[in-house]
Ligand binder design. Structure first.
Ligand SMILES: Nc1ncnc2c1ncn2[C@@H]1O[C@H](COP(=O)(O)OP(=O)(O)OP(=O)(O)O)[C@@H](O)[C@H]1O
Ligand SMILES: [Mg+2]
Length: 388
């Protein structure tokens, strides 16, 4: 069936032409028609192309429309991807954002991703985060990504896969009564009603299955983890996992994960860890599922992106700036920073989250610094030798 597209709020003939160039025959409607489309009985286009360039704001009617008609896909056309606008767009449930300068390729790619999503089989996506080393910022990143995913009103589950003493509950500002261990002990009775009782909701609507505050009495069974993840895929649009790299059972049960994201920073020990972890996970699940991101990225650090690329045999997928004060403040307040900060760090997490839903292309890898490379060269060289 042909995809029906409607352009709203635009006087720009060029936009109409660019949409036509991607093979669609859009109708053009006025901003007033958006209100008509919010009506529960109104016939919906498959794709709504919302041009906010004249005023730079998301109309409130758009959130109403997405609540009434969640299957209507929305492409936002903006002058620029300002962090505040992106946050509002996510909250309103926008699927794709494109910005000036508009090109046929950019619009065609956005429409292509929407069409692919509309025809994809039903089933949630699982994103697994694992640290290359302790303390690199894995939980901070996973919690903020999950919160950003939940802002789009899609059901989002966070599983703290640390059998005991994980931190996600603190970062999400929740007080869980039950834990992962309870879920794994009861895989025979996993249904939504039972499972809802085990999870706790964060302020942004992330359902958290928390880590236990005491060590499990028996070893974690891989088969039970698989059952839990299968349940998550069937019942939640997005599942985010915070994985302990030291637990082999957890690392062995990730078939359901679409994306396994190894978090590193620019310390030699972390890069070594990233190399080992990505190697093992790529062999187990395939290279295409595994990627490396850099937390607290410093472009003048001794170890640069190209060094990390050499060690893990792929360029870093994304880099996140350092902002210790913000990260700590959010941790202490139990409120993920993507909720109210327009900082570079929050903005980076929002952009990265959009790449996970298939909303944007990858970030270009930053260029490597030249300084001190020689001094580190020998040690990194040894690492490359170890991992090749
Ligand atoms: N982008 C960042 N910039 C600066 N500090 C950060 C950043 N991300 C996280 N942090 C800080 O780093 C510390 C460790 O973060 P976090 O607990 O997320 O790491 P982790 O890898 O999950 O650690 P663990 O191995 O203990 O589970 C925290 O104090 C956090 O506030
Ligand atoms: Mg952690």
């Amino acid at each position: 069936m042909p995809v029906q597209a409607t352009i709203i709020g635009s006087q720009d003939r060029k936009l109409d032409e660019l949409v036509r160039a991607s093979g669609l025959r859009p109708t053009v409607a006025s901003a007033v028609d958006l209100l008509t489309l919010t009506h529960p009985n109104s016939v919906q286009p498959d794709v709504l192309i919302m041009d906010v360039r004249p005023h730079g704001q998301i109309p409130t009617a758009l959130s109403v429309l997405k609540r009434q008609h969640p299957t209507t896909s929305v492409i936002l056309v903006a002058s620029e991807l300002a962090p505040a606008l992106m946050l509002d767009a996510m909250r309103a449930g926008v699927n794709e954002c494109v910005a000036e300068p508009l090109t046929a390729e950019q619009i065609g790619a956005a429409i292509g991703r929407i069409v692919a999503q509309r025809t994809a089989p039903v089933g949630g996506q699982v994103f697994a985060f694992v640290g290359a080393k302790g303390g690199v910022g894995t939980t901070t990143l996973a919690v903020n990504v999950a919160t950003a995913l939940a802002l789009s009103d899609e059901s989002t589950l966070f599983i703290d896969m640390h059998a005991a003493y994980g931190d996600a509950a603190v970062l999400l500002g929740t007080e869980p009564r039950f834990s992962l261990v309870d879920a794994l002990e009861n895989t025979h009775r996993l249904d939504l009603a039972f499972f809802n009782g085990l999870t706790v909701q964060s302020e942004a609507g992330v359902a958290l299955l928390a880590s236990s505050d005491h060590a499990p009495t028996s070893p974690i069974d891989v088969h039970r983890i698989r059952l839990l993840l299968d349940f998550a895929v069937r019942n939640y649009r997005y599942t985010v996992l915070d994985l302990p790299r030291s637990n082999p059972a957890m690392m062995d049960a990730l078939e359901a994960a679409a994306d396994i994201i190894v978090v590193t920073n620019q310390e030699l020990a972390s890069v070594r860890g990233a190399s080992r972890v990505t190697g093992a996970l790529s062999r187990r699940y395939g290279r295409e599922k595994v990627s490396v991101v850099v937390s607290r990225f410093d472009k003048s650090a001794d170890i640069g992106s190209s060094d990390i690329e050499q060690a893990v045999h792929a360029p870093p997928r994304f880099t996140f700036p350092s902002d210790y004060r913000l990260a700590l403040q959010a941790l202490n307040a139990g409120r993920p920073f993507v909720l109210d900060s327009s900082s570079k760090l929050a903005s980076a997490v929002l952009t990265f989250t959009r790449t996970l839903n298939g909303d944007a292309g990858p970030e270009p890898a930053p260029s490597a610094p030249g300084a001190l490379r020689t001094r580190l060269g020998a040690r990194l060289g040894a690492l490359r030798w170890m991992t090749s």
